[in-house]
Design a protein around this ligand. Structure first.
Ligand SMILES: [Zn+2]
Length: 330
């Protein structure tokens, strides 16, 4: 197949809150991108239609026709099998259960399509175009509403027996901890995600804690977000600083586990919550250093995701290109 700069692919990043589609060149340049809200609580047909509409708008914005696209990569949140092209389940998209998402998109858009987990896609994006360029052993984690992860071993995403590997957000940190969307208790993401941070803040506000957090949330407890808590912390708010440090502590506990299991060269940290920066990450690295094997901790570097919110869509596109190259006749 041609491999010049005009070899275009399409990446689609299907998340629980937004759909991002982009037409991408082989160097990771985005010719267009289209972001829309995921109709997360709707039926499967509505969600699929939103994906198709988003893809069409990305094509229009790039001034490209589907005929100019070599392949489509879909990075989807949830438990999936890239081999089978099935999305088994997605906790934030209850309408999508056991859906042959790859084949549906392929048929509707009449273009070879590949399915990958969204965090694995983000790891690939960082590997090809971002903070992990040239690093063959690294872990990508995204600290967001939940916690996602992608594990790169010897230059390949480790997907496990049926494609489910890398669900780092669901390693048990506290066996009696808060209930998780997955049904388990005390998963990493119930303690170290944006959701965990806001849950703790709300709890403390309801108990009457003195804090500016509510002020930054427009006076409405339902509007408390990690951003509001961060803003209050920057103003010196004691509760906000304490809760961010607590979240950072739990981020560090999980990092120590990953460091001891995988001995990675690099851990790339992305996701909206990581934008809090030092206030969150300093305590995280401190705890990781205290808990992980010294030698393994000394060998690991930490880096912020280089592609921001685009790592998933760029990685999904890179995945599609890689797959077409592996099986040009398919
Ligand atoms: Zn869980």
């Amino acid at each position: 197949m041609p491999d010049d700069v005009r070899t275009l692919t399409m990446g689609i990043d299907l998340g629980g809150s937004k759909i991002l589609s982009a037409v991408v060149d082989p160097q990771g340049g985005m010719l267009s991108s289209d972001e829309s809200i995921t109709p997360a609580t709707k039926e499967r047909e509505a969600i699929i239609q939103s994906i198709l509409d988003s893809a069409q708008r990305a094509l229009e914005k790039a001034g490209a026709s589907i005929l100019e696209i070599y392949a489509i990569g879909v990075g989807a949140a949830g438990i999936s099998s890239p081999e089978a092209g099935i999305l088994f389940s997605s906790p934030n998209l209850p309408g999508l259960r056991n859906v042959l998402l790859r084949d549906i998109i392929q048929e509707k858009l009449d273009k070879k399509t590949f399915l990958i987990n969204d965090a694995d896609a983000a790891a690939l994006g960082e590997y090809h175009f971002g903070a992990a360029k040239g690093v063959d052993n690294f872990i990508y984690i995204t600290l967001s509403t939940g916690i996602g992860g992608g594990i790169m071993i010897d230059g390949k995403i480790y997907t496990g027996a049926i494609g489910v590997a890398g669900e780092v957000g669901h390693m048990t940190i506290d066996d009696n901890g808060p209930l998780c969307n997955c049904g388990n208790r005390g998963c990493w993401e119930t303690l170290a995600s944006g959701t965990a941070l806001t849950r703790e803040a709300k709890k403390r506000i309801e108990k009457g804690a003195r804090t500016y957090v509510l002020e930054y949330a427009g006076g409405d407890i339902e509007e408390v977000t990690p951003e509001a808590i961060h803003s209050a912390a920057q103003r010196g708010d004691g509760l906000a600083k304490e809760l961010i440090a607590r979240t950072g502590y739990y981020v560090g506990v999980g990092l120590a586990n990953l460091i001891n299991i995988f001995n990675p060269e690099l851990i790339v940290i992305g996701g909206g919550l990581s934008n809090i920066g030092d206030m969150l990450l300093k305590p995280a690295f401190k705890v990781a250093g205290e808990r992980a094997f010294k030698e393994a901790f000394q060998a690991v570097r930490f880096a912020s995701a280089g592609l921001g919110g685009n790592s998933g869509v760029l990685g999904a596109a890179a995945f599609a290109l890689q797959k077409v190259k592996e099986h040009p006749s398919r």
